[in-house]
Design a protein around this ligand. Structure first.
Ligand SMILES: *Cc1c(COP(=O)(O)O)cnc(C)c1O
Length: 431
């Protein structure tokens, strides 16, 4: 595999940007390698600047559920561009977008568009604090909610990958208001609630965590969270930045039948552009300015180009909802089963967690159901595996603690090629 051009760009980038990148995990540090610089992408494929072609399972870290450069999305964006790029004034597409979001996720009665998942979650906890008049928040070890100060306490995603789950620069005074419970352990939540009686403003959770690798909620874990919140007057926030529009048209809350008070969205909602959103119960959301006193604003919020890409994506998902989600799940299920089978046959210990179009191959011989069990994975083995897969034409997330994403653009042929690459990689791991 030729990598000369990527190497040159990377060495230049290192002198210009911290770590040579604009978001940490992209630097390939956790897989002892150098990042590939990408030139273009289409459907399920991605090409780097040296002309190497890969089947892509990163899909921009989740947004591209319809694949790269989806023709309808591209053409809608091109059309929208003819009318300008941004006005800083209300537009029709924002109204259409809000209507569609509400239709797909009925727990959202009012919605506010922002520019990233980070903005959505940080605004949601501000709102929950204002609504309840309480200060503390409960999150879960290994869950990632973006990089706002309050969340960088035992955070997942890049923070876990790089071993800096709690960041310097976050004042202790603020960090002390963030309490960490264990995912899938309802007693750990109840204990924190009891110890901090009438002080918890909200519980924020990835209903299906994707940022410690994919972890599934057990039995009625989410229902029990709902019960605790109802009992204790706590706002329940589902961070569906990954799972929204991915696990079902209405996200994880539809799949598991649990209604949060607030939902945060990102990734798919922008169709490949920078978009986030938060929304939920009218009674809470109407506290947001200008209808209420909780301040939050954005120069480019509801940007017409980004709204067009997002709206076009959601509309396709909504119109094809009866088939798309089943197809994605059966494709992913098949892939996961073959991975398990091949690893097993070769005596390599893996745990493949899969739900809908998201999955993680953990190099672990135990069940992975929370942060602690995820951290038991063999990250050195994962790094070798990652590089072998890359050599065999498959581009995976460069970390053990991230989710692989399938899209509607992944063909049967892609899946079979990926399985062959996996078999080769697993055999090479043994030698
Ligand atoms: C990606 C992610 C975020 C942050 O979104 P950005 O757009 O990267 O700021 C928040 N929550 C979850 C669950 C995410 O996966």
């Amino acid at each position: 595999m030729k990598t000369g051009k990527s190497k040159n760009l990377y060495s230049k980038a290192l002198s210009l940007m911290p770590g040579g990148v604009n978001s940490p995990v992209r630097a390939f540090k956790a897989v002892n390698s150098n990042p590939l610089f990408i030139a273009k992408a289409s459907g399920s494929k991605i090409w780097d600047v040296d002309g190497n072609k890969f089947i892509d399972y990163v899909m921009s870290w989740g947004p591209l559920i319809l694949g790269h450069s989806h023709p309808e999305v591209i053409s809608a964006v091109k059309n929208a561009l003819k009318n300008g790029t941004s006005y800083g004034a209300p537009t029709e597409i924002e109204v259409k977008m809000a209507e569609l979001i509400k239709k797909m996720i009925p727990s959202i009665e009012l919605v506010r568009m922002v520019n990233s998942g980070t903005e959505a979650t940080m605004s949601a906890i501000r709102l929950a604090r204002a609504y309840t008049g309480k200060k503390k928040i409960i999150k879960f070890e290994g869950c990632y909610h973006g990089h706002a100060d309050s969340f960088l306490v035992k955070a997942g995603s890049g923070a876990t990958t790089l071993g800096i789950p709690s960041s310097p620069g976050v004042p202790n005074e603020l960090a002390s208001l963030t309490l960490n419970a264990k995912f899938n352990d309802i007693e750990s939540v109840q204990k924190l609630v009891d110890e901090n009686k009438n002080e918890i403003a909200c519980i924020i959770v990835e209903p299906v965590p994707g940022n410690m690798g994919v972890v599934l909620p057990k039995d009625d874990f989410l229902k029990k969270l709902r019960e605790i919140c109802d009992r204790e007057n706590i706002v329940l926030i589902f961070d569906e930045v990954i799972t929204g529009f991915r696990l079902a048209p209405g996200g994880a809350q539809e799949l598991f039948g649990v209604k949060p008070d607030l939902t945060t969205l990102g990734k798919i909602i922008g169709g490949g552009f920078p978009v986030g959103a938060y929304g939920g119960k009218k009674e809470i959301m109407q506290l947001v300015a200008p209808s209420g006193p909780v301040y939050q604003a954005g120069t480019l919020s509801g940007n017409p180009i980004a709204m067009t890409a997002g709206y076009t994506t959601l509309k396709i998902l909504y119109e094809k909802r009866k088939t798309i989600y089943k197809q994605l799940d059966s494709k992913a299920k098949y892939l996961a089963e073959r991975f398990r089978e091949i690893a097993d046959k070769n005596g390599v210990k893996v745990r493949v967690n899969q739900i809908g179009s998201m999955m993680t191959i953990f190099f672990s011989d135990g069940e992975v159901y929370d942060y602690e069990s995820a951290l038991k994975s063999d990250t050195k083995k994962f790094a070798k595996f990652f590089n072998l897969m890359l050599k065999n034409g498959v581009y995976l997330p460069p970390s053990q603690f991230e989710a692989m994403f399938l899209s509607t653009a992944h063909t049967e042929q892609d899946i079979e090629k990926t399985i062959k690459a996996f078999e080769k990689a697993i055999k090479a791991l043994l030698s």
